[in-house]
Design a protein around this ligand. Structure first.
Ligand code: GDP
Length: 453
């Protein structure tokens, strides 16, 4: 248990109906007793899971009318005594209350410190703590579902299962090496080879989910390219469902690169519209703008918008040369007036006819996205999905250690060679859930949290 009592805003500091100041630690109840005056004499004074209506006072000065929630440890978010002061959501009033709480014996919480305490006090494992941050930052329903299932311990359970298999083997090996009279290692190499291969396969499956997980969590970096007047801005507007980008007949009116995050049927696209950098009809020149090339290089997905009522020209060829090795969806736009760009079929696998103006073909486009990035199955709720690069790197390390075990088996090395690498694999997995954690790791992880969480 940490000794000092911490406090922070738990809701954003902005004008709102309600704001919450949260306090956690041994001294929480004492602090609230100093500053809170109940409306009526309170019979259930500060019992756990009770709410109390009253006023916050700084000496004789009434600060606000509030409801306080009492959650006594260990049945609280941090496992410590937690008080949440539900006050009015004004910036000044919230500041006044927090200052008063700090003056009365708490110290300002660091970012993520409430969750860090929940972890240090053993209420949640590291994957759940990290998932809390993912949950707060979720931009779409799938990211949220994934975060929620990890808060509930899905990843933790999976990792624990893998560790258990490893430790069982290691324990047997150690016993057999110590006590060869009672435990025989005859034929053990073959058995452990199968087991290690299975473990590697399971870890590989988890690693493979990472790209999906990353796209779910962070969105697909998407760039829209195409000649002036192809309909790029119209497409963006159509997808956004509102008139956020400038749509114009005159090429090159959208001056700045326009970035929008949008969610299509649960698929999150971070969209860059390059319409603005095509100042001239010379697309080669405009697309040659350094920024644009960098964006093409970095993008996970390129949407190449083509005016299907026009023949392809040199400018299209230049664009095609730039993007043909990338992940591209060709959108044959203006299908309402024409649809004759079959030449592109030879060069691109993914082609969808749309009318950005009428919204036609957009469903097909979304299906195509789902196929490309989520193998047609974005709803992978049943599985554990890795979305955190820290987890992925540790899985890779664990897998590498298991590969070393396989190497030792193939080289016919004695069994005691296996145990070191098995234990490494076990410990790397332990790092994921925070079993073998250190202060630096905790500081690194929790400092990425927002205040008050
Ligand atoms: P951008 O330069 O690529 O951003 O092109 P815009 O989005 O500004 O569109 C250029 C012109 O094409 C505008 O007059 C749009 O109304 C028109 N346009 C865009 N999409 C369609 C479409 O699907 N069908 C038709 N008929 N016109 C379209």
């Amino acid at each position: 248990m940490t000794e000092d009592t911490i406090a922070a805003f738990a809701t954003p500091l902005s004008s709102a109906g309600i704001g919450i100041v949260r306090i956690s630690g041994e001294n929480s109840i004492n602090i609230i007793k100093k500053i809170f005056v109940p409306y009526k004499k309170d019979t259930k004074e500060f019992q756990t899971y009770t709410a109390h209506y009253g006023f916050i006072y700084d000496g004789d000065k009434k600060i606000d009318e509030v409801i306080i929630l009492v959650m006594k440890g260990p049945h609280s978010y941090t496992r410590e005594d937690v008080i949440e002061i539900n006050c009015h959501g004004g910036i000044l009033v919230m500041k006044n209350i927090l200052e008063l709480v700090l003056k009365s014996g708490a110290r300002m919480a660091l970012p993520g410190e409430f969750t860090k305490r929940a972890f240090l006090n053993g209420r949640i494992d590291l994957t759940a703590a990290e998932a809390v941050m993912d949950l707060i930052n979720s931009q779409n329903q799938y990211a949220l579902d994934n975060a929620l299932s990890n808060v509930a311990g899905k990843l933790n359970k999976k990792i624990k299962g893998l560790r258990e298999e490893i430790i069982t083997e290691t324990a047997f090996l150690e016993c057999a090496l110590d006590d060869p009279e009672h435990y025989s290692l005859d034929g053990y190499s073959e058995k452990i080879e199968v087991k290690v291969k299975n473990l590697i396969k399971e870890i590989d499956c988890l690693i493979e989910t990472f790209d999906n997980g990353k796209f779910v969590q962070d969105g697909i970096e998407t760039i829209i390219v195409g000649k002036p007047n192809a309909g790029k801005s119209t497409l963006l507007n159509c997808l956004l469902g509102e008139e956020k980008a400038i749509v114009t007949d005159i090429p090159g009116t959208t001056r700045d690169i326009n970035e929008q995050r949008l969610v299509l049927d649960g698929i999150c696209l971070n969209m860059v519209d390059t319409a603005g950098i095509h100042d001239t009809d010379d697309v080669i020149e405009s697309i040659g703008v350094k920024k644009s090339l960098e964006l093409i290089e970095k993008a996970d997905l390129i949407l190449y918008v083509v005016d299907s009522s026009k023949e392809l020209d040199e400018n299209d060829k230049e664009i095609i040369d730039r993007i043909k090795e990338k992940n591209v969806i060709v959108l044959l736009n203006k299908m309402d007036i024409s649809n004759n760009n079959t030449q592109l079929e030879k060069q691109f696998e993914n082609i969808v006819s749309i009318s950005a103006k009428n919204g036609e073909g957009i469903d097909n486009f979304i299906n195509k996205l789902n196929d490309m990035f989520f193998s047609g199955n974005i709803n992978f709720n049943e599985d554990v999905v890795i979305s955190n690069v820290r987890h992925k790197n540790l899985l890779v390390k664990s897998k590498d250690s298991l590969e070393l075990v396989l190497g030792a088996i193939y080289d016919g090395l004695p069994e005691d060679f296996y145990t070191v690498d098995l234990m490494d694999a076990y410990n790397f997995l332990g790092d994921i859930i925070g079993e073998t954690f250190n202060d630096d790791l905790a500081d690194n992880i929790f400092s990425k949290f927002c205040m008050g969480k």
